[in-house]
Ligand binder design. Structure first.
Ligand code: SF4
Length: 248
């Protein structure tokens, strides 16, 4: 929530709590964003349908998501397949020489970072839980589960949100580069909101139960129509909802 600065009696800078009027304006803004999010979600569903996916267990999804950082799905899938082919279990990945893991995942890029990151996460899970299994997250309140994942070095808000949504149906909203760009153009978020900040906003304004479909369909729209360069506005069914299109 936005706070402004004022001086206390000793002249120090302190955060001023929003006045009632500020809070009312923010609540009204968010109500409008919720209405818009619902319309956009329904239009995307009409175009792309309900997305289907193969659910992985939590540890496998965590590894796959680390591999997907800063690369495309094809490279991620190739690196994941090589990793699975070379090591029979996640325990074997955890205990392998670092160089062997790095070599296996090279197609994903940044292998020197991602390899140690994966092994560190696998070791940390084992230390904390006594096994390579994070299904206990399913029973945790969402904020607690997110904090637990974020406490692992190398796991950021997007990776945590993907694991919680894809594996445990938690009502969170992962924001990748496509979601960030498309929501910005549509005006579903303030222009200066970072991707990490957009996670929180999208969680609040997404229609209940629609997090997975909305997330996947926004990505698909970003890849197929609302490209980073030269968005195909002339064939986009979201023109009426889009701030970028109206301003053009
Ligand atoms: S109208 Fe253009 S900018 Fe807006 S969502 Fe569609 S493709 Fe993107």
């Amino acid at each position: 929530m936005k706070q402004t600065q004022s001086k206390d009696v000793k002249g120090k800078r302190t955060a001023r709590k929003p006045r009632n009027g500020d809070e009312a304006a923010l609540a009204a803004d968010e109500r409008a964003l919720k209405r818009k999010a619902k319309i956009v979600h329904e239009k995307l569903l009409a175009i792309y349908g309900e997305p289907q996916w193969t659910r992985l267990d939590g540890v496998s999804e965590l590894v796959a998501t680390i591999l997907s950082q800063n690369t495309n799905d094809g490279n991620r899938d190739l690196a994941y397949a090589r990793l699975r082919a070379r090591f029979p279990t996640w325990e074997a990945v955890r205990d392998a020489p670092a160089e062997a893991v790095i070599e296996a995942i090279r197609p994903a890029g940044l292998a020197n970072q991602k390899g140690p990151r994966i092994q560190f996460a696998l070791r940390r899970i084992t230390e904390e839980r006594g096994e390579l299994n994070i299904d206990f997250l399913a029973q945790m309140p969402v904020d607690e589960a997110r904090r637990w994942l974020l406490s692992i070095n190398g796991i950021g808000p997007k990776t945590a949100a993907i694991v919680l949504l894809f594996c445990y149906d938690k009502p969170v909203f992962p924001v990748d580069t496509h979601v960030h760009r498309v929501t910005g153009r549509l005006g579903l978020r303030p222009p200066k909101l970072t991707a990490d900040q957009t996670h929180d906003l999208m969680e609040r304004i997404c229609p209940p139960g629609a997090q997975f479909a909305f997330h996947i369909n926004l990505i698909r729209h970003g890849r197929e129509v609302c490209h980073a360069r030269n968005p195909q506005c002339n064939r986009c069914p979201l023109q009426r909802e889009c701030d970028y299109f109206r301003a053009a």
